[in-house]
Design a protein around this ligand. Structure first.
Ligand code: NAD
Ligand code: UDP
Length: 334
């Protein structure tokens, strides 16, 4: 397949591009580099041992996107581009709606102009909001509590309306849980611009001396050690989930939603202890107030993806910590 990845130079996109190209697909990345670096392209090419096409462009530039889809003879699109900082989305909601919702509409229009109808969309477990029950299954009520989560839900709804209006579409909305880890080569990993919010990149910056210590947001939750629990999914398992979805969509029409998670959860201290084992590094830390809006725990019911797509996660928390450590060590050197 000829596959276009919007946002393919970012964290999840770069790993997915490497996997798809290694699996024999032709990959073209379309990214405006607002949260990524052109240097990543070389490293993806090194992993995949082949040339990966790249166009620098904004997903809201429908004309440019249309031309790329046509010129590259694209068969399917994985739409990963977008802004993703939950806190920032409350401060700059219009920027988020413009980039994430308007950008998705622009992509759909470009695909319609060229007659491409296979699309995989990067959604998020954030669409569920406060748990009515756990684990979240795909039928759990959706009630996102911030603009970022509402962006994701709105795009999902647009895609469901699109599919209802035109039965030729083949769409997968993938609700990611907490992506972590890096490629086993240590060549690519999570490399956020600015100060990170998520746990693993913060740990990386503590190891690299960019931050003095890790603030643990609360140790008085009703969990086994009092710290918050999440469903951490290895980014290469996540990449495999995209490939499985694309293959399945080749013989299935309609708009379908899948959780991509492991089905279990680990606490902040579980992750931290395992990371210290993997790295042999002591991570300075202090317990501070709970972060506003944080949930004590959430995790996926991951059965639907397994039953329908034949996909499930293979990697362990140790794989996550070992690969993250390799990546963090490598980025410290460069
Ligand atoms: P990322 O920021 O590393 O990658 C996103 C990429 O999109 C970046 O390379 C950025 O330059 C590009 N981009 C942003 N706006 C663009 C635009 N208007 N036009 C073209 N390119 C643009 O993020 P990621 O972690 O790789 O996430 C990928 C997708 O998965 C996002 O849509 C995100 O919301 C979603 N997601 C991420 C997580 C997570 O924890 N990482 C969880 C759930 C869902
Ligand atoms: N967390 C933390 N310190 C940090 C960042 C995160 O203690 O600097 C905790 C957070 O409270 C949550 C878990 O780590 O319990 C995962 O947080 P992250 O932001 O990575 O994911 P999200 O909360 O968005 O699922």
């Amino acid at each position: 397949m000829n596959i276009l990845l919007t946002g393919g130079m970012g964290y999840i996109g770069s790993h997915t591009a490497a996997l798809l190209a290694s699996a024999g697909h032709r990959v073209h990345i379309y990214d405006n580099l607002c949260n990524s670096n052109i240097g990543t392209l070389d490293r993806i090419q090194k992993i995949a041992s082949q040339v990966i096409g790249f166009t620098e462009g904004d997903v809201r530039d429908t004309e440019k996107l249309t031309k790329v889809l046509r010129d590259e003879k694209i068969d399917a699109v994985i739409h990963l581009s977008g802004l993703k900082a939950v806190g920032e989305s409350s401060q700059k909601p219009i920027e988020y709606y413009a980039n994430n919702v308007q950008g998705s509409i622009s992509l759909i229009q470009a695909m319609q102009a060229v007659g491409i109808n296979t699309l995989v969309f990067s959604s998020s477990a954030t669409v569920y909001g406060d748990p009515v029950y756990l684990p979240y299954d795909e039928d759990h009520p959706t009630n996102p509590t911030n603009p970022y989560g509402r962006n994701k839900l709105q795009v999902e709804e647009i895609l469901r309306d699109l599919s209802a209006s035109d039965s030729s579409w083949r769409i997968g909305c993938l609700r990611y849980f907490n992506p972590v880890g890096a490629h086993e080569t240590g060549l690519i990993g999570e490399d956020p611009n600015g100060i990170p919010n998520n746990l693993m990149p913060v740990i990386g910056q503590v190891v690299n001396g960019k931050l003095p210590l890790l603030n643990i947001f609360g140790d008085d939750y009703e969990t086994h050690d009092g710290t918050g629990k999440r469903d951490y999914i290895h980014v290469m398992d996540l990449a495999e989930g995209h490939l499985a979805t694309l293959i399945w969509l080749q013989s299935n029409l309609g708009c379908h939603t899948f959780n991509l998670g492991t089905g279990s959860s680990y606490s902040v201290l579980d992750l931290l202890n395992r990371f210290e084992e993997a790295s042999g590094q002591k991570i300075p830390r202090q317990v501070v107030e709970r972060r506003p809006g944080d949930l004590p725990e959430y995790y996926a019911k991951a059965d639907k993806a397994e039953k329908v797509l034949g996909w499930k996660t293979k990697k362990t928390l140790s794989d996550i910590c070992n690969s993250s450590w390799l990546w963090i060590k490598n980025s410290k050197k460069s």
